[in-house]
Ligand binder design. Sequence first.
Ligand SMILES: NC(=O)c1ccc[n+]([C@@H]2O[C@H](COP(=O)([O-])OP(=O)(O)OC[C@H]3O[C@@H](n4cnc5c(N)ncnc54)[C@H](OP(=O)(O)O)[C@@H]3O)[C@@H](O)[C@H]2O)c1
Length: 238
Amino acid sequence: MNMHNKKILVIGGSSGIGKAVAEMAYSMGNHVTLTSRQLPKAIATAKSIGNTVTGLQLDINDETQVEIFFNAIEGFDHIYIAAGSTKIGALTDGLLHQNLQAFHTRLIGSLSVVRAAIHRISSGGSFVFTGGISTDRPIPGAWVSGLGTAAAEQLARVLVMEYPYIRFNAVSPGYTDTPMWDDLLGENRNTILAEVAQKLPVKKIASPQEVASAVLFLMSNASVNGEVLHVDGGGRLV
Ligand SMILES: NC(=O)c1ccc[n+]([C@@H]2O[C@H](COP(=O)([O-])OP(=O)(O)OC[C@H]3O[C@@H](n4cnc5c(N)ncnc54)[C@H](OP(=O)(O)O)[C@@H]3O)[C@@H](O)[C@H]2O)c1
């Protein structure tokens, strides 16, 4: 991969896949900025990766904050949006607009970032969004997530037609071993993920580093555009 000396922003770079992208991009010799919704967490994660990594605060659910963020910062070559979460629950639970928050983050949050950042991306640069296996293999109770991952993947296609010279792609992770599962699965986390792994053709769930290398590939290849790259161990087929 020809990926060094680039300016890379990882939105949601304080944990899991985003953190792995920040680490890998830094190790390849790029200038990395990462964000968290909490400034101390962003700064601590950045420092843990390397002295020249910058940690900033950003919540992409706040459109005004997103605009102020990009107005105050220099441009980037590539932006990866990892920000997102998985919501489990019945359609009839709670209030619809609250349940749709995770969808809002993936669609409106990502669009807010593109709107605010598009004129600060260098020609030949790119955005990478995060979809997920629940687009193709909906998971019971995770209907919000399925809607959100599908929206993120479709963004990579529709935006290609809007902005020449900039590329738009999405990574679509299958089950990946990240802190996201800690709260969702609690003490059964490792048992459930081990059971999931046995159902996959590769007999393992993905590591955040395996997803990260796909993100960096999408950034690095100047002819890959409008693509959704699945990193799911063949999970869509079983
Ligand atoms: N792990 C999987 O199996 C899997 C599978 C398919 C898709 N995905 C998707 O991949 C992405 C990364 O997942 P992960 O497993 O690495 O999760 P994670 O470890 O929980 O990390 C999520 C990251 O997103 C950030 N974030 C969340 N909401 C945000 C918001 N509104 N604005 C800005 N940042 C926000 C978090 O930052 P702070 O909490 O520090 O603010 C954190 O850095 C998510 O979109 C997830 O849905 C994951």
